[in-house]
Design a protein around this ligand. Structure first.
Ligand code: AP5
Ligand code: MG
Length: 210
C-alpha cells in the first residue's frame, strides 16, 4: 500500500504516519525527519536545508525529489510506504507520478489554522531519535525525557510562533493545491484531524482497511 499524508504543518501527519507504518508494516518516509537527521550530522544537504527550514520556507524541489526517488526505490519499499511531508508542491507530485508507482491513497489530515498555532507551541521533539510528543495531548511518562530512547526533549527551531505562521502561509500557497491534484487523481481521502489521536487513526484504518 502506497500512501501520501497531506496536511498543514502540525496537523498530525507524522503522528499518524508512524501508526500506519507500524500497523501495515511499511516504511515511514518523512522528508522533514531526513532533513533534521542531516542537520544533526552536519552534512552539506543538512546545511542547505536548514537555511530554508529555519525561515519556515520549503527546501527547493531539486534538493528533495532525488532523495525521495532514491528512497522509494529501495528494497524495503517494494510492498508500499507512507510518505509524510512529500510531495509538498505540484512539481514534487509530478516527479512522484513520473516514477510510475501507483499511489493508493492521499490522506488529508484536516486541521484549521487556529488549532495548529496552539498545537505547535506544545510539541516537543527528542534530540536523540526525533520522536514527537505533546505537553498536553501526547505527554511522555517522565516530563522532558523521551519514552523511546531516554534523551532530552526540545521545542523544534521552526515551531516558534512567527515561524509557524510563515509555514502555514507557505502551506496554503504551495501545498494546498495538492488537495485538488489528488482529488482529480481520485485518491484523496479527508479525515478530521482535530479529534483525539487514536480516533483519527481509527478513521484512517477504516479508509485503508483493517
Ligand atoms: P516537516 O517536518 O514535514 O514539518 P511540517 O509539515 O511542517 O509538519 P510537522 O512535522 O510540523 O507536523 P506533523 O503534521 O507531522 O504533525 P505532528 O504529528 O508532529 O517539515 C519541516 C520543514 O522541512 C518544512 O518546513 C520544509 O522547510 C522542509 N521540508 C520537508 N519536506 C519538504 C518537501 N517535501 N519539500 C520542501 N521542503 C520540505 O503533530 C504535531 C503536534 O500535535 C505533536 O505535538 C503531536 O503530538 C500533536 N498532535 C498530533 N495529532 C494530534 C491530535 N489529533 N490531537 C492533539 N494533538 C495532536
Ligand atoms: Mg512531521
Amino acid at each position: 500500500m502506497k500512501i501520501i499524508m497531506l496536511g498543514a504543518p502540525g496537523a498530525g501527519k507524522g503522528t499518524q504516519a508512524k501508526k500506519i507504518a507500524a500497523k501495515y508494516e511499511i516504511p515511514h518516509i518523512s522528508t522533514g525527519d531526513i532533513f533534521r537527521a542531516n542537520i544533526k550530522e552536519g552534512t552539506e544537504l543538512g546545511k542547505k536545508a536548514k537555511t530554508y527550514m529555519d525561515q519556515g520556507l520549503l527546501v527547493p524541489d531539486e534538493l528533495v525529489v532525488d532523495l525521495v526517488v532514491d528512497r522509494v526505490n529501495q528494497e524495503d519499499c517494494k510492498n508500499g510506504y507512507v510518505l509524510d511531508g512529500f510531495p509538498r508542491t505540484i512539481p514534487q507530485a509530478e516527479a512522484l507520478a513520473e516514477l510510475g508507482q501507483k499511489m493508493d491513497y492521499a490522506i488529508d489530515v484536516d486541521v484549521p489554522d487556529e488549532n495548529i498555532i496552539h498545537r505547535m507551541g506544545g510539541r516537543r521533539a527528542c534530540v536523540g531519535c526525533g520522536a514527537t510528543y505533546h505537553l498536553e495531548y501526547a505527554p511522555t511518562k517522565v516530563e522532558g525525557i523521551c519514552d523511546a530512547c531516554g534523551k532530552e526533549l526540545i521545542l523544534r527551531d521552526d515551531d516558534k510562533p512567527e515561524t509557524v505562521k510563515k509555514r502555514l502561509n507557505v502551506y496554503h500557497e504551495q501545498t494546498q493545491p495538492l488537495i485538488d491534484y489528488y482529488t482529480n487523481a481520485g485518491i484523496l481521502k479527508t479525515v478530521d484531524g482535530t479529534v483525539d489521536i487514536d480516533v483519527v487513526f481509527q478513521n484512517i484504518v477504516e479508509i485503508l482497511g483493517a
